[in-house]
Write a protein that binds this ligand. Structure first.
Ligand code: E4P
Length: 217
């Protein structure tokens, strides 16, 4: 499973990238706002740092304007993925931009039927939002499973990019049901390493090692 980082924080991306944990990056207008950076400048910087796909989202709502914005974003670097909302206009823009060979991430997906449409429009990635479904008492993971089944039934190559990840359990469950990619905030990716038995075991080993009086170096 690929790990994308859901942030425009360059330092956080660089730290995980140095460990080989970053297969790509996703941003959205809220993330750009939080970064305080210019979208074109920060996307260029991220693309130079990371080898994999870097999603940058259009803000137009009408297909022709989305296509124009998508083309502008795609000029930033080869690894830019144009992020489009799951609307009828977004699907039209998806068809055109993927036809030009650009990578497209169709976002704000909340149903399997929407994911089916995105695959038929040629999307490179579909982004179902797990956390936001959980927030309204629906099961976001059920959606990931349904999309996996549908895409496998018909051999769609669109990659399932599980988004709106709020916990390490979301990442575990995505891996079990076969999401192709997860995108998560850096702090959640870093939490994957934590286990109380690891901490407890290490503490005991350190105590016992001190008692041996030995040193390795
Ligand atoms: C990523 O592509 C999404 O924009 C992001 O994961 C949304 O996460 P949120 O629901 O926590 O804002």
């Amino acid at each position: 499973m690929k790990f994308f980082v859901d942030t425009a924080d360059i330092d956080a991306i660089a730290e995980l990238n140095d460990l080989g944990m970053v297969d790509g990056v996703t941003t959205n207008p809220s993330i750009i706002l939080k970064s305080g950076r210019n979208i074109l400048e920060v996307t260029k910087e991220i693309c130079a740092l990371v080898d994999g796909p870097v999603s940058a989202e259009v803000v137009a709502l009408e297909a022709d304007a989305m296509i124009a914005e998508g083309r502008e974003l795609a000029k930033i670097a080869e690894n830019v993925t144009v992020k489009l909302p799951l609307t009828w206009d977004g699907l039209k823009a998806c068809k055109v931009l993927t036809g030009e060979g650009k990578m497209v991430n169709v976002t704000l997906c909340f149903s399997a039927n929407q994911a089916l449409l995105a695959a038929k429009a040629g999307a490179t990635f579909i982004s179902p939002f797990i956390g936001r479904l959980d927030d309204i008492n629906l099961d976001g993971m059920d959606l990931i499973e349904d999309i996996r089944t549908i895409y496998d039934n018909y051999g769609y190559e669109t990659q399932i990019l599980a988004a709106s990840i709020r916990s390490v359990n979301h990442i575990h469950d995505c891996a079990v049901v076969g999401a192709d990619v997860i995108t998560a905030p850096p702090e959640i990716i870093k939490k994957l390493v934590s286990h109380p038995l690891t901490d407890q075991g290490l503490e005991q080993f350190m105590k016992d090692w001190a008692k041996t009086g030995q040193s390795i170096l």
